[in-house]
Design a protein around this ligand. Structure first.
Ligand code: SER
Length: 324
């Protein structure tokens, strides 16, 4: 088979996607890449030794092209991007990486006939979007630079499919909860922080308000969704870029209550709410409708808030115990 390239492989998603792809397709078929150096990343320790790792700056289209050519890449999971909160701090850098990176990937894919996975997000919606049960096809007028790059990215992927026949596929991912690599700069990352702080200090100061309801997903489901969509029968896909997918939705207060069923002394406070993050979260849907994904490629999540919380506490607890 032609090889699979992952960009942003040391990030929150990439560090779990790489081993999942290796387990499914074999280490000899998976090329991981990142702007960062693998040896310096704590999460890299947990990786299998055998896979190929390349330094790749996704704003360098020539470097992407060379890598795709050198390894005979047939599919690209393009994970390198700045998330919503950090993108709002440096919008120009966010545009350069999120759009420039995707453009470079799509151009390489066009020339070398690669399949492309592009992660879109609930951030592709905005205040004018219907906030509850947000439909698959609806108004998308995001107010963040992150959202602007996601909508533009969805459209660019559609264009490369219809104009050049590139097999582009994508998901609008909700907030992702995971324990392997730390998330970086997302609005929904409060949920991951909450687990760490609950175990360490039984106390968490939340940067979102208590009743901020957002869609969420546990990482094993996100990995399952990405690989499931990439393997789906193209004849069934009416919406290739990008499918709404969700597994659960909750507020910080509801997640805290679930954690409290395991750690009764856990206290959450809302005295340090971040106005920028709050405004971002308020512009996103409360719940999205993922019936197109369920109907077109049989999407169905395995984890709800209870299973996810129990597993997160287990895994984060074990890790903190090891590191002291
Ligand atoms: N989790 C992302 C963020 O908060 C949304 O896609 O930026």
């Amino acid at each position: 088979m032609r090889k699979i390239l992952i960009t942003g492989a040391l990030g929150q998603i990439g560090s779990e996607l790489v081993p999942a792809l290796i387990a499914r397709y074999g280490a000899e078929n998976v090329v991981a890449s990142d702007l960062r150096m693998r040896r310096m990343e704590p999460a890299a320790e947990a990786w299998p030794d055998t896979e190929m790792f390349e330094h790749l700056d996704c704003t360098d289209a020539v470097a992407i092209h060379n890598l795709v050519q050198r390894y005979d890449i047939g599919a690209i999971y393009h994970m390198a991007a700045l998330l919503s909160a950090i993108a709002e701090e440096k919008p120009q850098a966010a545009w350069n990486l999120n759009m420039g990176g995707l453009y470079g990937v799509l151009e390489a894919a066009r020339q070398h006939r690669c399949q492309v996975f592009m992660p879109s997000s609930i951030g592709a919606f905005g205040p004018a979007t219907p906030m509850v049960d947000t439909p698959q096809v609806t108004i998308q007028r995001p107010t963040t630079i992150y959202g602007v790059t996601k909508v533009a990215g969805e459209l660019l992927c559609d264009y490369y499919h219809s104009r050049f026949g590139v097999d582009t596929r994508g998901l609008r991912l909700p907030g992702l909860v995971s324990h392997k690599a730390p998330p970086g700069g997302g609005t929904t990352d409060y949920a991951v922080d909450m687990f760490h702080q609950a175990i360490r200090y039984q106390h968490f100061s939340c940067f979102l308000e208590a009743d901020t309801r957002l869609d969420m997903m546990y990482m094993p489901d996100a990995i399952k969704a990405m690989i499931g969509l990439m393997e789906a029968d193209p004849k069934r896909l009416l919406h290739r870029n990008a499918f709404n997918v969700t597994a659960m939705n909750f507020t910080p207060d509801e997640l805290a209550a679930e954690i409290r069923t395991h750690i009764p002394d856990f206290v959450i406070e809302y005295d340090n709410v971040d106005p920028v993050c709050q405004a971002i979260a308020d512009s996103w849907p409360r719940s999205i409708d993922d019936s197109a994904a369920r109907g077109e490629w049989d999407w169905s999540p395995d984890y709800g808030i209870k299973d996810m919380t129990a597993d997160m506490l287990d895994k984060v607890g074990a890790k903190l115990h090891q590191t002291g």
